[in-house]
Structures are given as structure tokens and as C-alpha cells.
Design a protein around this ligand. Structure first.
Ligand code: ZN
Length: 366
């Protein structure tokens, strides 16, 4: 307590909007869930793993830290809210595939730690000066600085791209061949398939879709016809409603938007507002396929008991849900001897010499 009183002028509260690093160590991957928790300097608001606290103390003379320890406790499956079936091809947003974070709750333990003797003082100790209590409370309620950056970068969500308007939509050639399409009861003109049918918007032909890699799907009749005729746009029958339908552009090799779809269908006698949805859209098929193959579960390795590993050749960056590709680049870079010499062998030197704001120091962060 004496040390705290001597240091009281150095203890601050992040009330002026200072960045608070309370989720990860400025030097390492330690965080409040690490064995000893995270130590937040009550002067600079930098978070530090236990290994890095002494160095910070030697460099800055700051002796008072808020220690946050967090324990992850699994919530039994029965107590979890039911999972919702995804309705769109997106990750981490309403209606998309959900990032698996509902099955844990967290317990937090906080105390004041004073160096050099690592003296622990519980936050409940009534002898703690008001300034220390205020500092601790405002650190605990502050939004973590790394988190703010992540949120700004929208790093945790991903959403399928919006469709482009087809360049063929405005001036699409439509043949006056007298074809009239009934509102239902369709069949491929070259085989017996009655679903997964595509209506070509130029010649009004109804042909089946592509064969999928797993053998399901159609017999490729629509795409084969395109190779002969080069008529670029087709709409999937059964997906058309007054709100639109699935339009594919062979020439642009992508699903597209056709703003004149109602007019293009009327050419073949189809009243768009009279149609009902009877077949799956391409997005629905893709979601089905993702669920069937369980690709999302495979990526997440859900259901597996994973052994956390740490050390040479094993440690990467924390995955934000879509940063695994950065990890693979980092692992390749770290196999280069010059890089190892510069950033790994000289680690202590880099950490020791770093001045200024550690989270912005390229060499330390590298
Ligand atoms: Zn066919």
C-alpha cells in the first residue's frame, strides 16, 4: 500500500479516450485467459503478459498494474439457445453461419499487483486510494483497443458479394420465334429432367442445368446449347417471383442481376407476378451444400477435442475467423533463415530497445 501511495501521481484513468489494451499483451499472445492473466499498466494502459511486466517496470518505472484473469466455463448443450438454420451465405451476421461463441461463459478475477515484489491487493480492499479504484473501474469498462480496430475492419464478418447487373441486360437480343412458355409443368427439351431447368432469355429454350461434382444436378444441356448459340442469359425456372429470379450469364460466367427480367419474360408470354417459387435458388443450394458437406464444421473443427500447442514451428497468430491465410504466409516467412535471425534471434534486443508506443512498433509486433 505504501508503494501505491508513493506512485499515486502516476496512476491514471482512461477517461480522455486513451486506448486501453486489456485483451492481449503488447509483446506476446498472452491474454486474460492465460495462466497468470494479463497485467494492465495503470499509467500507460498497456496489457502485458507475466513475462513482460518486469521489463515494462524497468523501462518506465511504473509499478502498479491491474491484473485480469478470465476463466472460460463451458455451458452445457441443453442450456444453449437453439441454433438457427442459416438463410444466407454469410458468416457472423444475422441469418448467416454463426461463429461458435455461445457455448462458453466467462468468470473474471481482478486484483491490483505492485512491483517489484508482485504484491497482490484485492480490489475490494477499502484502503485502496479512490484514484486506484477509479482507474481500475474505467479500465474494466473501456472497450479494448485491438477490438475497436477489428470492429472497424469488420474482420469478424463476411458476406457474399452483391450481384452485378449483367452487361447484356440492357440490349438483350430476344428472338421473335413465337415461343410461349406455360407458367408451370416444364421439362428439358433434350431429356426428361423436370427440375433445375434454365430458360434462355434469347430463344426461350428450356434446358437442364449443369452436373454437379457429386453427380447430382442436370445433364449440362443448357450450357451445351450456349456453346452453340452464344445466347448469354438464362433464368432458373422455379426461382422466379415478382421480386426477381436467379439469372446466370454464361458469357460473364457469374450469377447476375437482370433489371429487365419482367420484360424479358413477358416476351415469352410469362407474367412474372403470376409465378411461384418451386425450385431452390443458387444461394439456397450453396447453403445446402455447405451444410451437407459440413465444410463450415470442418473449418471450425467442431466436435473435436483440440490439444493447444505452443512453441517453435507451432505458434501462429490468433485466428480472427478469416485470417488463416495470413497465418500460412507468416509460417512460410518464418522458415527463411534471415528472417529468423532478424526477428527471432534478436527478440530480446528488439523488445529491450523499443521505445515509444509498443503496439505501433513494427519490429516488436513483427
Ligand atoms: Zn436435359
Amino acid at each position: 500500500m505504501e508503494v501505491i501511495k508513493q506512485n499515486i501521481s502516476k496512476i491514471k484513468s482512461p477517461l480522455g479516450g486513451e486506448k486501453v489494451y486489456k485483451d492481449e499483451c503488447a509483446y506476446s499472445f498472452d491474454n486474460p485467459e492465460s495462466e497468470n492473466g494479463l497485467y494492465i499498466c495503470m499509467n500507460t494502459f498497456l496489457g502485458l503478459g507475466k513475462k513482460h511486466v518486469e521489463r515494462h517496470y524497468r523501462k518506465t518505472g511504473n509499478q502498479v498494474f491491474l491484473n485480469i484473469k478470465r476463466r472460460r466455463i463451458e455451458v452445457p448443450k441443453d442450456d444453449q439457445p437453439p441454433e438457427k438454420k442459416p438463410t444466407k451465405l454469410a458468416i457472423g451476421v444475422e441469418g448467416g453461419f454463426q461463429v461458435d461463441d455461445k457455448s462458453f461463459r466467462f468468470e473474471e478475477e481482478t486484483s491490483i499487483v505492485v512491483l517489484p515484489d508482485w504484491t497482490i491487493i484485492p480490489l475490494t480492499n477499502t484502503d485502496l486510494p479512490d484514484m486506484v479504484q477509479l482507474s481500475a473501474a474505467s479500465i474494466l469498462t473501456a472497450v479494448d483497443a485491438w477490438k475497436m480496430e477489428e470492429a472497424a475492419a469488420m474482420a469478424c464478418t463476411w458476406e457474399g458479394e452483391k450481384l452485378r447487373v449483367s452487361k447484356h441486360a440492357d440490349n438483350l437480343l430476344q428472338l421473335d420465334n413465337g415461343k410461349k412458355i406455360p407458367p408451370k409443368g416444364w421439362k428439358c427439351e433434350q431429356c426428361d429432367l423436370t427440375s433445375n431447368l434454365w430458360l434462355n432469355l434469347t430463344d426461350g429454350s428450356i434446358l437442364c442445368g449443369r452436373k454437379f461434382f457429386d453427380g447430382s444436378g442436370g445433364n449440362n444441356h443448357a450450357v451445351e446449347a450456349y456453346q452453340q448459340t452464344k445466347y448469354p442469359l438464362a433464368v432458373k425456372l422455379g426461382t422466379i417471383t415478382a421480386a426477381g429470379g436467379d439469372v446466370y450469364s454464361y458469357e460473364e460466367d457469374d450469377m447476375v442481376e437482370d433489371p429487365h427480367l419482367a420484360k424479358h419474360l413477358a416476351h415469352f408470354g410469362i407474367n412474372i407476378s403470376a409465378l411461384e417459387k418451386t425450385d431452390k435458388t443458387m444461394v439456397e443450394l450453396e447453403i445446402d451444400l455447405n451444410q451437407k458437406i459440413g465444410e463450415w464444421d470442418v473449418i471450425q473443427e467442431s466436435g473435436n477435442k483440440l490439444q493447444p500447442v505452443y512453441g517453435a514451428g507451432l505458434t501462429g497468430m490468433r485466428n480472427l475467423g478469416n485470417s488463416c491465410y495470413m497465418n500460412s504466409v507468416m509460417q512460410v516467412v518464418f522458415t527463411i533463415p534471415d528472417f529468423q535471425k532478424r526477428y527471432y534471434d534478436k527478440l530480446e534486443e528488439i523488445f529491450g530497445n523499443a521505445g515509444g508506443h509498443i503496439p505501433d512498433d513494427l519490429n516488436v509486433q513483427m
